[in-house]
Design a protein around this ligand. Structure first.
Ligand SMILES: [Mg+2]
Length: 173
């Protein structure tokens, strides 16, 4: 079994400007490269789980998402960083749409991931997924959305989240 670092996209990889689909609108969030590097070097798969209902709303096409994710991957690769998979949900009403756990279950089954050894990083209460049984420890980054009542540890920066993940990873190995 393997472990994974699950990342929300908008607000965690790139600054959330709502309905992002163009490369020119990508502004990377401070600390994201260090977080991905840590995961790459410490045996975590890096898997993005992103709600993209902009497709269902007619704001952009699924094709736009694929093109954008390819460009983001290429940019990261040039820094020797790797995202292993980009999983997205285009619909509003779907078992895959966060906070429902469909996308994470898909990833778990595809890569044989031990969720109890995994982490999820997001910036909305809906990034705390409603998964039954073993589930990843979830960290939320303070930013664009109210996080009151969210069942997760809340941090001011990705650097703080990395510090926490590093301490949990090193203490369990
Ligand atoms: Mg987000």
């Amino acid at each position: 079994m393997t472990k994974a670092l699950f990342l929300d996209r908008d607000g965690i990889l790139n600054i959330d400007k709502t309905y992002i689909y163009r490369w020119e609108d990508i502004e990377w969030v401070e600390g994201i490269f260090d977080l991905i590097r840590f995961a790459n070097e410490n045996g975590f798969l890096v898997i993005v789980l992103t709600n993209q209902s902009g497709v269902a709303r007619g704001k952009y096409r699924e094709e736009d998402i694929l093109v954008l994710h390819k460009k983001m991957s290429d940019y990261l690769a040039a820094k020797n960083l790797r995202v292993d998979d980009w999983i997205y949900c285009c619909e509003f009403d779907s078992e895959r749409r966060k906070p429902r756990p469909g996308m994470m279950i898909e990833a778990r089954d595809k890569y044989d991931i031990d969720l109890s050894q995994s982490f999820m990083v997001g910036d909305k209460p809906t990034d705390v997924l409603e998964i039954e049984g073993p589930s990843p420890k979830t960290f939320l980054l303070k930013g664009n959305y109210p996080l009151v009542g969210a069942k997760a540890e809340i941090y001011e920066s990705l650097a703080d989240i990395l510090k926490r993940i590093r301490s949990l990873t090193l203490s369990s190995s």
